[in-house]
Design a protein around this ligand. Structure first.
Ligand code: COI
Length: 356
């Protein structure tokens, strides 16, 4: 492997670490961060690990005005033998570059990014929580920093990685969540930025999430932006249903995010010989399956959310209570296996885990 020259400046002080049994999602950050700059004509330069700190940006920086940014999310775990494992980190940096392509951001060197991440985690290793259900969440992101008010791709960027010890994404923990199907607002259409992991997609989702939150729902389930008929994804996760023994999930159609957890779940189900199909799924079909007693389970998948069982789906003024509001058998087995592979307690037949 190339020997990358990443400059390291260690923090003189260490922050107090949170109690791991009280961890929320994404509120506490470790002692260090990785940062690297891009300048047109020079490329990416000055990769460095520095004490975690605010970044100073010109108020005219393009990120503040036109939102040219991309991000990723992945997690690190410590095993019983004190190894530190990352889950499919190559996939995250590959997807970051796919998002870069869509947002006109220059590609990063994926190997350098992984090497930088490993070095950063080694430095902040004591921050990885070990209580069940916790992990070190990793947020790589790129922002456009050129001070310029014209609408154009920026000539300057910063690539940053920050780390956050986290507990469950949802306040429900791994208990089933309630999701409202969104019929008014849409998230994305094919040809838009739905497949990219870019901040604007999430900004556009807030209104619907806020309104559904006021009615007691954790997140919304987005329908397609053209016919408002076909299922796309949930706020921060992809969605799966088990209907009459078969697991189905919306196919990658040009507007949903290609989740790494989604892909891993499909591989796991195939490995177990559980029928799994990627296809177009309408809300009418889900309702019919529910009425016929064939809608056996529903769950979301994502790095932050892991496997999140869905106990209630609200659509057209009616609530569908799925599996009596309880976690289903397949959802539970997937959760146990995936988190087991991630934290090293279950054998990884796929070679997904990468040691730091
Ligand atoms: C993740 O699952 O890592 C995500 O990026 C979702 C995030 C918006 C919380």
């Amino acid at each position: 492997m190339t020997n990358y020259n990443i400059n390291v400046t260690l923090s003189e002080t260490k922050k107090e670490k949170p109690h791991t049994d009280q961890l929320e999602f994404g509120k506490v950050f470790t002692d260090h961060m990785f940062i690297m700059d891009y300048t047109a004509g020079q490329g990416w330069h000055d990769p460095r690990i520095v004490p975690y700190q605010p970044i100073a940006l010109d108020p005219a920086s393009m990120i503040f005005h036109y939102g040219q940014s991309v991000f990723e999310g992945l997690k690190a775990y410590v095993t019983k033998n004190e190894q530190v494992l990352l889950f499919r980190p190559d996939q995250n940096f590959k997807r970051l570059n796919k998002s870069n392509e869509r947002l006109c951001i220059p590609y990063i060197d994926e190997e350098l990014a992984l090497e930088a991440l490993k070095q950063l985690i080694q430095i902040d290793r004591e921050w990885i929580p070990t209580t069940e259900g916790t992990s070190l969440y990793i947020r790589p992101f790129i922002i456009s920093t050129e001070p310029y008010l014209g609408v154009a791709p920026s000539g300057r960027y910063q690539f940053i990685i920050i780390l956050s010890p986290v507990g469950s994404y949802y306040k429900e923990g791994i208990a089933p969540v309630k999701i409202a199907v969104e019929s008014e607002f849409v998230r994305a259409v094919a040809g838009g930025t739905g497949t990219a992991k870019t901040g604007g997609n999430y900004a556009a989702s807030l209104k619907a999430q806020q309104l559904s939150g006021e009615r007691g729902y954790s997140q919304v389930l987005w329908l397609d932006g053209v016919e408002r008929k076909y299922i796309e994804e949930v706020g921060s996760m992809n969605i799966f249903f088990k209907i009459n023994g078969e697991v189905v999930t919306p196919s990658v159609n040009g507007s949903i995010l290609e989740g790494i957890t989604r892909k891993s779940i499909i591989q796991l189900l195939q490995h177990w010989n559980v029928p799994v199909t990627e296809r177009r799924i309408s809300m009418d079909e889900i309702k019919q399956a529910y009425l016929d007693g064939k809608l056996e389970e529903a769950f979301g998948t994502g790095t932050a959310a892991v496997i999140s069982p869905i106990g209630e789906l609200f659509w057209n003024n009616e609530a569908m209570i799925i599996n009596h509001g309880q976690t289903g058998e397949v959802s539970k087995k997937l959760y146990d296996t995936l988190t087991g592979i991630q934290n090293g307690t279950v054998e990884d037949p796929f070679g997904w885990s990468v040691e730091v």
